[in-house]
Design a binder for this molecule. Structure first.
Ligand SMILES: Cc1cc2nc3c(=O)[nH]c(=O)nc-3n(C[C@H](O)[C@H](O)[C@H](O)COP(=O)(O)OP(=O)(O)OC[C@H]3O[C@@H](n4cnc5c(N)ncnc54)[C@H](O)[C@@H]3O)c2cc1C
Length: 453
């Protein structure tokens, strides 16, 4: 029997197939969350804080907690393959790290000639020398005039509006798009205006856009300035601020969220079917009062009955490669004898599929670890050619990392059907660990409030 087609016919058929006559009623409130990434783990933790009586079950198809936040070990040290940094304004992550006593101020120990090199295919169009931050500021002003100041002003203003979503005036929000509209930032993602048009309209020089802002959008979202929406580009500017990462891996926050939620955790459990039966939702045959989809719909392969509508979102296929070598990289391939902590390629260069190369750290064993982002898998031979060094280890991970961050007129609703919630509408708006943790916390509060009313 083709059970999937049987299910598709009707919820009644589903009940019949499972041999379920009546929908069970429970004394407690049962909640299922699909996905144990930033959103799902934050949801479980915050719901348990708002209402410790809730009975929470987490389904996670991977054998680890964290989703797009994942670490590898090189020379016994931790390196991030996914979500890597957060900033001080990311209060859910910062507060959690503080509460859990995690160290987050990790200094990089590499000593390159330049902090940043921006390569356009024929040469370095911008190089930021490794020196103190005041001299770097002077250097930026000499190169770009007041453009960095004006771009920063725009960023402060718009990110400030976004941060209002955390305030009591907005939180919890039933609908992200309406909340963003009320906060005054909807035009920054919903209009068909690219970041390059936005910055040009705000008199930010072409030179600063193409040499610095675009370098940031390529490092953070592997996306060019003429395709990314203005809000995402401004978030990339925010990522220039002092950044933090949890010692031992950012996923420790999400593991701790799950642990403290006391949820029933089912790892290696991929959910196939969610169906409304009576006043409950069935998740692969188990009944719940509320279900939270905490994973991008685009790649979840979950069947929901009755069908739900979630706007289509395209994700970037991104390859993250960690390379280990006993000696520092030599950038002869790029026509330079110097070294760079962060090397970014510009889109005018079509000759290589790499968007950035970062000198991540020198391990205690003296090995240099480089992290490359690319649109395709990089072979060992190619890596040797690009970095000009022998490879003593290579780690590869392919992701659907984040939405392409193009202007998005319609974000997904949060409650996609009665008592069925979706967090990843946040992703095409701003895709970060913090914002998805906020999406999870928001749904937790919506459900907790509903139960207490
Ligand atoms: C390479 C890379 C670099 C990044 N850099 C940064 C950064 O520096 N800073 C930052 O803030 N953000 C960064 N991000 C973005 C950030 O990691 C994500 O926005 C965030 O972690 C997404 O969290 P999420 O919980 O919404 O989704 P996910 O992390 O994708 O979690 C969804 C979970 O659902 C599970 N799942 C899916 N389908 C099913 C199913 N059928 N049944 C059960 N489980 C299922 C998945 O296995 C996954 O664990 C980066 C992402 C990548 C990939």
């Amino acid at each position: 029997m083709n059970w999937k087609s049987l299910l598709a016919n009707s919820a009644a058929a589903f009940q019949a197939y499972l041999g379920v006559g009546t929908v069970p009623q429970f004394n407690d409130t049962r909640v299922a969350v699909i996905g144990a990434g930033a959103a799902g783990s934050s949801f479980a933790y915050h719901l348990s804080q708002y209402n410790p009586e809730m009975n929470i079950t987490i389904y996670e198809k991977n054998d680890y907690i964290g989703g797009r936040v994942k670490t590898i070990e090189i020379d016994g040290e931790t390196f991030e393959q996914g979500g890597s940094i957060f900033v001080a304004t990311n209060s859910i992550l910062s507060d959690a790290a503080r509460e859990f006593n995690f160290t987050t101020d990790i200094a990089n120990n590499v000593k390159d000639d330049y902090d940043l090199g921006v390569w356009d295919g024929s040469g370095f169009v911008f190089e930021l020398p490794r020196t103190n931050k005041y001299l770097q500021l002077l250097y930026l002003v000499r190169s770009f005039g007041l453009a960095p100041y004006w771009a920063n002003r725009l960023k402060e203003e718009e990110v400030g509006k976004f941060l209002n979503l955390y305030s009591e005036q907005f939180f919890p929000f039933e609908d992200l798009q309406s909340a963003a509209a009320e906060a005054g930032i909807e035009p920054l993602f919903a209009n068909w205006t690219s970041a390059s048009e936005y910055f040009a309209n705000n008199s930010i020089s072409q030179k600063y856009q193409s040499q610095i802002i675009e370098a940031l959008t390529r490092v953070n979202y592997a996306t060019d300035l003429h395709t990314i929406h203005p809000l995402a580009a401004l978030v990339c500017l925010e990522a220039q601020s002092k950044s933090y990462a949890v010692e031992g891996g950012n996923n420790r926050i999400f593991q701790e969220f799950v642990k403290r939620s006391n949820a029933n955790v089912l790892l290696d459990r991929s959910v196939d079917v969610i169906a409304k039966i009576g006043d409950k939702w069935s998740v692969d045959g188990e009944y719940y009062d509320y279900v939270v989809l905490a994973t991008p719909w685009a790649h979840s392969t979950i069947n929901v009955y009755p069908a739900i509508t979630i706007p289509k979102v395209d994700y970037t296929e991104l390859h993250v490669t960690h390379v280990v070598s006993p000696i520092p990289a030599q950038y002869n391939f790029f026509g330079s004898q110097k070294t760079y902590e962060q090397l970014v390629t510009l889109p005018s260069n079509n000759s290589i599929p790499i968007t950035s190369i970062g000198h991540a750290r020198v391990t205690k064993n003296g090995n240099h670890v480089y992290k490359l982002f690319s649109y395709e898998r990089l072979s060992d031979e190619y890596l040797t050619q690009i970095l000009g060094i022998p490879l003593s280890g290579v780690w590869r991970k392919q992701w659907y990392s984040y939405p392409v961050m193009a202007p998005t007129p319609e974000l997904a609703r949060i409650e996609v059907a009665e008592n069925l919630f979706y967090t990843s509408g946040m992703d095409p708006f701003i895709s970060t660990m913090e914002t998805n943790a906020l999406a999870g916390k928001n749904v937790a509060r919506l459900i907790a409030d509903r139960k207490s009313n």
